[in-house]
Design a protein around this ligand. Structure first.
Ligand SMILES: CC(C)(COP(=O)(O)OP(=O)(O)OC[C@H]1O[C@@H](n2cnc3c(N)ncnc32)[C@H](O)[C@@H]1OP(=O)(O)O)[C@@H](O)C(=O)NCCC(=O)NCCS
Length: 439
């Protein structure tokens, strides 16, 4: 069998053999397909990258149809059951699970990079009391670039490792400080005797007690949520991480850009939207009417549907299990009844079945975060903490990949052909520019 694709250009009656490798053709191989010798060559048009692989990656494997998610080959279910988040972060960054000695060293290194420079604290203080924590996080991570100018030397592996430790170490500190800022509480310094997640809880919730002791069930539930959110191959924010990283921007700026992408309601912001949606629905009795409005196309059911999982989201299953454990300690969430009813009706409704719309990871994570005591504004920040490990693993892979260059898509130009300048006195208002801003 010939491992190639035969393409016939009917415009010129020319046939081309395009090699197939790893189930893909190279888009650049289509450039030879020309109508005339001075033609630019054939482009592929793929808005939102629905069918374009932008890299080779050995980090995360997803089979959306079968509902499979693996980090470095290990099924997400096994990692969630047996590992801590920090162990998984090591796996993502280094490619292998750590031995005990490697884990001890990794924990020491990460926990010795949790403090923020005092000037960064002042920077945080400049935000309004009601600033959205995600805006604060994005800006503060970007600001770290000014604190560590040496991070620009992205081609030195030792320097890269240093910045990776800083980012994984400082992310919970920044996240906790955005919360403390919003409630007007003093910042709590990290406690290196505590585990990664327990220390985060310490920085969030310690008041006047001499030593913060995290509830182990809540800490484990949060750690599992961190594991489930640590990476998800080429999603929107990871694509941003790689795209910004491809210009050789430093990892703080690339991570800030990725976090900005994460903040959108169609991506990491979805779990915040799930809670708002449950508020709007208000009661179990209102669920059928709400579903009808979704089916009429008025709005989407937040926490449902996924670009790659068209069977079920394996993370949603684990979350459901973890939520049961958590609710035994925290007590149920009042919105849980509405969520369960929404899920029950949606899963048996033809509209959702036909479109393969299932609950995704965000459907339950918001309810868990709320039961732990987080406000919806904090949810995406909680997503950004673990995803930083995934972004950095992907960034490192990008920097080391000889096939990668600065990301620069092509376009199909749909604008005017060349036209001559018109003096202002002779210009007319066109329909396109009629939008008026009210003052
Ligand atoms: C995740 C998401 C962006 C994926 O989008 P996508 O792969 O581009 O899927 P599409 O928008 O092409 O959806 C296919 C069809 O399902 C419908 N659909 C998708 N998600 C839907 C939802 N949550 N509620 C209702 N209908 C939905 C679309 O309207 C479309 O219907 P149509 O064929 O009649 O036009 C989308 O499902 C969504 O917006 N979900 C809600 C937000 C969310 O939970 N995001 C978190 C992702 S982890």
């Amino acid at each position: 069998m010939n491992n190639s694709l035969k393409v016939v250009d009917e415009r010129t009656a020319t046939s081309y053999d395009i090699p197939i490798r790893d189930g893909a053709i190279r888009a650049m191989d289509l450039r030879q397909v020309k109508e005339t010798p001075d033609d630019f060559g054939l482009l592929t048009y793929d808005p939102a990258f629905l069918n374009t692989a932008s890299c080779r990656s050995s980090i995360t494997y997803i089979d959306g149809d079968k509902g499979i998610l693996r980090y470095r080959g290990y099924p997400i279910e096994q990692l969630a059951e047996h590992c801590t988040f920090l162990e998984v972060a090591y796996l993502l960054i280094h490619g292998e699970l750590p031995t005990q000695e490697q884990m001890n060293e990794w924990f020491y290194d990460v926990s010795h990079h949790t403090m923020l420079h005092e000037t960064t604290k002042k920077f945080l203080e400049g935000f309004r009391h009601d600033a959205h924590p995600m805006g604060m996080l994005v800006s503060t991570v970007a600001a770290l670039s000014t604190v560590y100018p040496e991070a620009r030397d992205i081609h030195d592996p030792a320097n890269r490792k240093h910045q990776i430790l800083r980012l994984i170490g400082k992310m919970p500190t920044i996240a906790a400080y955005t919360y403390r800022h919003s409630v007007g509480f003093p910042y709590v310094y990290p406690d290196n005797e505590l585990g990664y997640t327990e220390n985060f809880m310490n920085m969030l919730w310690k008041m006047v007690e001499p030593k913060y002791m995290a509830n182990p069930t809540i800490a484990r539930a949060l750690d599992i949520l961190f594991i489930l959110h640590a990476d998800h191959e080429q999603n929107c924010s990871t694509n941003v991480m790689r795209s910004v990283g491809s210009s050789h921007a430093d990892p703080f700026l690339s991570t800030a850009a990725a976090a900005a992408a994460l903040s959108g309601p169609l991506h990491g912001g979805a779990n915040e939207e799930v809670l708002r949606m449950l508020d709007v629905i208000g009661s179990k009795a209102n669920v059928p009417a709400y579903i009808e409005k979704v089916k009429a196309g008025n709005f989407k059911l937040m926490g449902f549907g996924h670009r790659v999982y068209k069977n079920y989201d394996p993370r949603a299953r684990i979350i459901k299990w973890a939520a049961d454990q958590l609710f035994q300690v925290t007590g149920g969430n009042a919105k849980l009844d509405i969520a369960l009813e929404l899920e029950r009706i949606a899963l048996s409704d033809e509209y959702f079945i036909k479109r393969k719309l299932y609950p995704n990871v965000d459907f339950y994570s918001g309810l868990m975060y709320q039961a732990m005591g987080f406000k919806p504004e904090m949810f995406t920040v909680l997503f950004a903490i673990p995803r930083t490990a995934g972004w950095l693993a992907q960034w490192q892979e990008l920097v080391e990949d000889p096939e990668q260059k600065i990301a620069r898509p092509r376009q199909i130009y749909t604008g005017y052909d060349a036209r001559d300048f018109v003096p202002m006195t002779q210009r007319e208002i066109t329909a396109k520019v009629k939008v008026k801003v009210e003052h």
